[in-house]
Design a protein around this ligand. Sequence first.
Ligand code: ZN
Length: 48
Amino acid sequence: MVNFICINCNYKFESENPSECPYCGADKFEKDKSAGELLEEIERVLGE
Ligand SMILES: [Zn+2]
C-alpha cells in the first residue's frame, strides 16, 4: 500500500492506485513521503 494525501483537502489515505479521494472525491493526490525520505531531505538541506 502507498500513502497518498489529497491535494484538495489534505486527507491521508492508503491505496495502491486511487481514483478519487475517499473524503472529498477530488482526483488529485500526492504521495505521502515516508519518514526515511523526509530524513534524507533534511540531511541534504542541512549538509549544504
Ligand atoms: Zn480530498
